[in-house]
Design a binder for this molecule. Structure first.
Ligand code: FES
Length: 602
């Protein structure tokens, strides 16, 4: 065991000989960006080994680090200490506080939650004509004849109630789960959960009024095991105890969200959770192994009600968790939630497309009552991963780029630029196309081949990089530059081609020309910050006028909330999940042709 000193924090951690520095830091609650899950292929987990000795870097590690390898930089996931050591963690290697979308367009629905609070005044005289105390309580509550009580509640009822006293009963489904004298207990709460691969968002809802009482989010603690679902699936399959680790990580993130809210968890009687299919499997403790291999079939896709104590989720002991239904291996309960929020459970007079663009892009097309859906692997570019200076949309991420005579950038948090996030890379690619610095094929020109018309400032930003030209977006105070490379443009090209191929495939499956789309609904964090003019310029989305485009925010969370406050909406969500026709884009015979065509910029 070696002692690892961590700078600039000044803390120390223990590092076992067979553990990488990344794992040792993880155990020390210091989380580094690790999109590849420690495979040594993304190059994002850089640290500076200031003191001590370690194994020699492999040629692959040297390749990823470039010249920095000679100055002591290492990939934390590839570094095994051979003595006590000191590492410095650059800001760019830390997981940023990600900008999280918590709002979304509301929709009026009948308020009838599964958890209800009712008052009744105990009338002892009714026992004379009744078969049981529970029957009398049911009569007084005007509740369903099949009102059930568990053993703990039966014991409480046996201790007797005071004649003439008014009580409040909490009913969950058909179960009487709590009784207390009127005015003693606070209103019951529910919690809508959007369990995303990157972040978990929790919205607490007063189930007596339907009002949201707080929304809290945290980076999903599972990020320690890789940034995308494939890394998580691999961890759950390859590592002993990996499935439990991932489930516990998600649960602890939910627990942290509840702790942030300051509410007493015992007031939470029900949760509705949405997420992609992998997240839902992990949350339920079901191995997602089948989602990692063809034909990507989920173990379950129907919705389920699970006792919170079995998961275990940190709510009231009698609470229930509703896991919303999904559609397919890569079109999950989050898509069903978004569809519910956008009203896809009702017939639509026209054609509309719902797009949630991220590492995995989910698309849903509706015409009348007919609905088709698909997913396309857009890859990590839109989450900022696998780009030379890519990062999530946290402080320091360039999120907007405009190129004219100068290059204007907007940075999340209005701080010094650290990297570039998904919306920024869409902008810069579109702007470089307009400036003829990137060609239709995706090739970036070098300075000599750049158009004469460019200003000196813009021309001066085209530099020679290690693997071809780069375009400099910002220079930092420490002298480093934030730039996009030819490879970044290629990654963006692949991502936009995947999205467009999915859209074209759905349109083709219903024989609908793109011009017939009446409405494009853009959901999710990346989409909400997307400049649609630039997305059109790349050909990522068809030529749809701005007035037909609507941002629907975190629609998945809104859908979970609707299912929490309305039993009818919950049932509609379940029915919707079965009504959708799922299209396997990559299995269609003309997929390759369509994808190759979509690779070109317009
Ligand atoms: S290279 Fe270390 S986590 Fe990806």
């Amino acid at each position: 065991m070696h002692e690892l000193t961590v700078l600039p924090d000044g803390t120390t951690a223990e590092s076992a000989e067979d553990s990488s520095v990344l794992e040792s830091l993880r155990r020390h609650d210091t989380i580094l960006t690790s999109p590849c899950g420690g495979e040594g292929t993304c190059g994002k987990c850089r640290v500076l080994l200031e003191e001590g000795s370690a194994n020699a870097p492999t040629p692959q590690e040297r390749g990823l680090l470039g010249a920095a390898a000679d100055e002591g930089s290492r990939l934390a996931c590839q570094t095994m200490l051979q003595s006590n050591a000191t590492v410095r963690i650059p800001a760019a290697s830390r997981v940023p506080n990600v900008r999280v979308l918590t709002g979304g367009a509301p929709r009026d629905v009948p308020f009838f939650p599964n958890v209800r609070r009712r008052t009744f005044t105990w009338e002892r005289s009714r026992l004379e004509d009744a078969e049981s105390v529970v029957d009398v309580v049911a009569q007084l509550l005007d509740a369903r004849a099949d009102l059930r009580v568990d053993l703990a509640m039966a014991r409480q009822l046996a201790t007797g109630m005071e004649d003439g006293q008014t009580y409040e009963a909490t009913i969950l489904g058909n179960r009487l789960v709590a009784i207390s004298p009127e005015g003693v207990d606070e209103d019951p709460l529910g919690i809508a959960l959007d369990v995303g691969t990157t972040t978990v968002v929790a919205q607490l809802v007063n189930l007596t009024t339907g009002e949201a009482v707080g929304t809290h989010s945290r980076v999903n603690d599972q990020s320690r095991f890789g940034s995308d679902v494939i890394a998580r699936i691999n961890h759950s399959v390859a590592e002993e105890g990996g499935l439990d680790e991932l489930r516990e990580a998600a649960l602890s993130t939910i627990k942290e969200c509840v702790a942030m809210s300051g509410v007493d968890p015992s007031h939470i009687y029900e949760a509705v959770a949405v997420g992609n299919t992998t997240m839902m499997h992990l949350l339920a403790g079901i191995s997602p192994e089948s989602l990692g291999q063809l034909p990507y079939t989920p173990v379950v896709r129907a919705g389920a009600d699970v006792p919170a104590a079995d998961m275990p989720m940190p709510f009231n002991d009698v609470a229930s968790v509703h896991l919303m239904a999904g559609i397919a291996g890569y079109v999950g309960a989050d898509t069903v939630g978004a569809m519910l929020a956008a009203g896809f459970d009702e017939e639509y007079d026209g054609v509309r497309l719902l797009a949630d663009i991220g590492t995995n892009c989910e698309l849903v097309l509706q015409r009348g009552a007919e609905i088709v859906a698909c997913s396309t692997p857009a890859g990590p570019a839109f989450e900022g991963a696998r780009l030379e200076h890519g990062m999530l949309a946290g402080p320091g991420a360039i999120e907007r780029v405009t190129i004219g005579d100068t290059c204007e950038i907007r940075v999340v948090g209005r701080v010094e630029a650290r990297g570039i996030c998904g919306s920024g890379v869409v902008d810069v690619t579109a702007q470089l196309l307009d400036a003829d610095i990137v060609e239709m094929t995706g090739r970036m020109v070098n300075e000599e081949d750049a158009p004469e018309s460019l200003s000196d400032d813009i021309r001066g930003r085209i530099e020679d990089g290690e693997y071809g030209p780069v375009f400099v977006l910002a220079r930092r105070e420490d002298g480093d530059a934030v730039y996009v490379t030819q490879r970044d443009i290629r990654e963006t090209q692949l991502a936009k081609a995947a999205v467009r191929t999915g859209i074209d495939t759905l349109l083709h499956s219903m024989d609908i020309p793109a011009d017939d789309i009446d409405e494009l609904l853009i959901a999710g964090g990346f989409g909400s910050y997307l400049n649609t003019a630039n997305a059109r310029r790349l050909g990522m989305i068809p030529d749809i006028a701005d007035e037909k485009i609507r941002y629907v925010g975190n629609a998945a969370l809104v859908g979970a909330r609707l299912a929490l406050i309305s039993a009818e909406m919950r049932a509609r969500g379940e029915a919707l999940s079965r009504r959708v026709t799922h299209v396997h884009v990559a299995r269609l015979p003309n997929f390759q042709d369509r994808f190759s065509e979509a690779m070109l910029f317009e």
